[in-house]
Design a protein around this ligand. Structure first.
Ligand SMILES: Cc1ncc(COP(=O)(O)O)c(C=O)c1O
Length: 361
């Protein structure tokens, strides 16, 4: 056997991840461009120092204080025993696949969607099924129901807003899919970008009391501007949290991570303070791109998908040559740009204008 003797289905694969390039304007991984203030830095440093005093001990395995604080942040009557957290929502969702997927079981979503989903399925030996979204990236509800009824998935992954398109799901779609799946599976509404929704788009948290198979996943990486801390979490029926506790590694959430996340939650109003700015900047960016004659998907997130280009790689490269990094992802011909500061978005507009003027399309 060829060395290393890795699982057959992993042989020759590259790890997932966008290029981490050191360029002046980084708009490629949907981060929040606003760094924490000096006041937040000082409080986090103090909390980490406090946690350091007991680093000879393992952390609280059940992280009850953090679960209580996350439940309070979520509101909607969510209780601590309905909350679970891990190192980023990627880990939360992998744990869900470990507990609810597995050999002989199926995970299902609708493409184009977040490219890590098939990897959670592959890594947990779960069969992967992807239905198609419509032209405008919305779900065709009848087709979605038919696919769920035909494939009987154990896990349905529904990002809202969707990455890379920015499309939010109406609550009727979530309810319909929860009912179609029934007690045979769980429906995970991945609200990684939930805080950036436009007014009038409700959170799936409202539906938790109605559907016991519903899981709402969130992260502190985006709106909270805390991607480097790695904290993702979910709200669900306590029985679902208990099932994850069986597969999680002991002490998976370090004392330092717990201290940082708790401190960040105390500063929630400040850390979330730029969400409105980012929403406005997104709407301005969408309008500007449309004014250039481009197609732009409706976005409820902190990024937008635009195109289409016969040679999107050439446009991506042209932007990079001008110091602006966007993401070459999604359906053929489209590019995704994360929303940065007004200065960064001006730099993006100048770079794209210059690339287009050179005739690159
Ligand atoms: C739709 C979606 N879900 C989940 C994540 C994972 O984020 P994290 O692991 O940082 O919480 C991302 C990250 O980009 C995402 O786009």
């Amino acid at each position: 056997m060829a060395f290393p003797p890795v699982r057959e289905e992993l042989r020759g694969l590259e790890p997932y991840g966008a290029p981490q390039l050191d360029v002046p304007v980084q708009l490629n991984v949907n981060e929040n461009p606003y760094a924490p203030s000096d006041a937040v830095v000082a409080d986090v440093a103090e909390a980490v120092a406090g946690a350091t005093r007991t680093l000879n001990r393992y952390p609280d395995r059940e992280f009850l204080e953090l679960r209580t604080a996350l439940a309070a942040y979520l509101g909607h009557g969510v209780r601590a025993e309905q909350v679970w957290a891990a190192n980023g929502s990627n880990e939360v969702m992998l744990q869900l696949l470990q507990a609810f997927g597995g050999p002989g079981r199926t995970a299902l979503s609708f493409a184009p969607t977040y490219s890590m989903y098939p990897e959670y399925a592959r890594d947990s030996n779960t069969e992967w099924v992807a239905g198609r979204r419509e032209e405008d990236f919305a779900l065709d509800l009848d087709a979605a129901r038919a696919l769920v009824e035909g494939r009987r998935p154990s896990v349905v992954l529904l990002p809202s807003p969707n990455n890379p398109t920015g499309t939010a799901l109406p609550p009727e779609a979530v309810s319909m899919l929860c009912e179609a799946v029934g007690d045979d599976g769980i429906v995970v509404v991945d609200e990684a970008y939930g805080e950036f929704r436009r007014a009038g788009t409700p959170s799936a948290l409202e539906l938790l009391p109605t559907h016991r198979n519903l899981v709402v996943s969130r992260t502190m990486s985006k709106a909270f501007a805390l991607a480097g801390a790695r904290l993702g979490y979910l709200a669900a029926d306590p029985a679902i949290c208990d099932a994850i506790r069986v597969v999680r590694l002991p002490y998976h959430l370090s004392a330092v991570t717990q201290a940082v996340a708790l401190t960040a939650l105390r500063h929630a109003p400040e850390l979330l303070g730029n969400v409105d700015l980012l929403r406005q900047e997104r709407d301005r960016t969408v309008a500007w791109l449309r004014a250039q004659g481009l197609q732009v998907a409706e976005s409820d997130a902190n990024f937008c998908l635009f195109g289409t280009y016969p040679d999107r790689h050439a446009v991506w490269q042209g932007l990079l040559d001008r110091g602006v990094l966007v993401r070459e992802t999604g359906p053929e011909g489209w590019l995704r740009v994360s929303i940065g500061t007004p200065e960064e978005m001006t730099a993006f507009q100048h770079a794209l204008t210059s690339v287009t003027e050179e005739g690159v399309r």
